[in-house]
Design a binder for this molecule. Structure first.
Ligand code: AMP
Ligand code: TRP
Length: 374
């Protein structure tokens, strides 16, 4: 199987079958070819998962329970590519030093959450040039009206009225490029991102309709467990890394005493009973959800455990469970971040592996649309 794949690769690539390399920015290096043949073989046998997270802030308990933890669980069964999407992040203004720090922290957190960088591909989006290159082509296959209808664009442009830039508008075509470059089968995302994956499918179907079977059509993969974690101070709002000022948000890297303080101050209601009811008791229901995710206990078990004990006892217990849940991840993240050489090795190797596959898709697309090979 590899033999035929390799000949296909030689046919479309910048590498001659005798191993000599033609010129051109998208030609893989010999190092890329060496260990990416292995990745390619694995991708033949396993379904491919790809996801990304914006390094626009420090990851929250919500990001952990809603994304990282699921990503780690999937990483044993599928061939997974996970990236920190720095190019998406600059669609809103970032402080450069903080952006760099957040990217490294995310890569370290992927590993600390249990994603093995040798078995999966962890990388920084801007390190794989094909993302920007394919995004341009996809822009020409995406309609203005489609992008105008994206809920995230409407939401972000109403929140950033002074900076409604073209990148914010074409954000979904870059995301489509992220996904389509790797022949992705499944895209694990929160429900709010489903629309972008659906647009990706529409773009891919449109492109394939013109040029034949170029892109695999991906599916969104929305976790049914893990639910949405709400802000501790405003429990009808999603816990978000962009709103961390008032203690309503827990960060993976928060110190135990800060976590405990936030949980003790969490907004509840005027009753005293620990009971799940999202309509009338959003604060307590959110705390029960978090406690359930941290301990594996069901809502019934939690209601029984805290029956007659009141909120004053319940809140610190949730805090302690979260402290213990996050402690190993925070400690491992700190340890990894201190090892700069290792971190660099991980993201360089990740980008090399990803580039190999991405460039293959890009070459095919360039050829199809009529660009002349360099
Ligand atoms: P964000 O951190 O907002 O860029 O979101 C990245 C991914 O993390 C989303 O697609 C969700 O899957 C997950 N996520 C972020 N915040 C939460 C939350 N409060 N509850 C559940 N999942 C979340
Ligand atoms: N847009 C996603 C978010 O805001 C992040 C993202 C970028 C992504 N590229 C992706 C998610 C590709 C899945 C696949 O959460």
């Amino acid at each position: 199987m590899m033999g035929c794949l390799w000949s296909l690769f030689f046919e479309n690539s910048g590498v001659d079958p005798d191993g000599s390399k033609k010129s051109g920015a998208n030609c893989p290096s010999s190092a890329e070819i060496a260990h990416n043949g292995i990745l390619e073989e694995k991708m033949e046998n396993k379904k491919i998962i790809l996801s990304g997270i914006q390094p626009s802030g420090s990851a929250t308990l919500g990001s952990y329970l809603g994304a990282f933890r699921n990503w780690a669980a999937l990483s044993n069964e599928y061939e997974c590519l996970y990236m920190t999407v720095d190019m998406h992040a600059i669609t809103t203004r970032q402080v450069p030093a903080q952006l760099r720090k957040n990217q490294l922290e995310q890569i370290a957190q992927f590993i600390a959450c249990g994603i093995d960088p040798d078995e999966n591909t962890l990388f920084i989006q801007s390190h794989v040039l094909a993302h920007a290159q394919l995004a341009w082509v996809l822009n020409c296959f995406t309609m203005f009206g489609e992008l105008s209808r994206m809920a995230q664009f409407k939401d972000k442009s109403s929140k950033n009225a002074e900076n409604i830039n073209a990148g914010l508008f074409t954000y979904p075509t870059l995301q489509a490029a992220d996904i389509l470059l790797y022949g992705t089968d499944l895209v694990p995302v929160g429900a709010d991102q489903k629309q972008h994956v659906e647009l990706t499918r529409d773009i891919a179907v449109r492109f394939n309709g013109v040029f034949g079977d170029v892109f695999k059509i991906p599916e969104p993969y929305i976790p049914t467990v893990g639910a949405k974690i709400m802000d501790l101070q405003a429990p009808t709002k999603k816990m978000s890394k962009s709103e961390i000022a008032d203690g309503g948000c827990i960060l993976i890297m928060d110190k135990p005493e800060d976590i405990m303080r936030s949980f003790k101050r969490a907004v509840t209601d005027s009753e005293t009973e620990v009971r799940f009811d999202q309509e009338t008791k959003p604060g307590i229901s959110n705390l029960m959800q978090i406690y359930s995710c941290a301990t594996g206990k069901s809502f019934e078990e939690i209601e029984k455990e805290f029956s007659g004990r009141g909120y004053g006892e319940f809140k610190p217990c949730v805090g302690e469970a979260v402290v213990e849940l996050l402690r190993p991840i925070r400690e491992e993240t700190e340890r990894l971040l201190a090892d700069k050489a290792y971190m660099q090795e991980v993201y360089k190797k990740g980008a090399e592996k990803a580039s190999y596959i991405a460039n293959k898709t890009l070459r095919k697309v360039y050829k199809k649309v009529g660009f002349i090979e360099r």
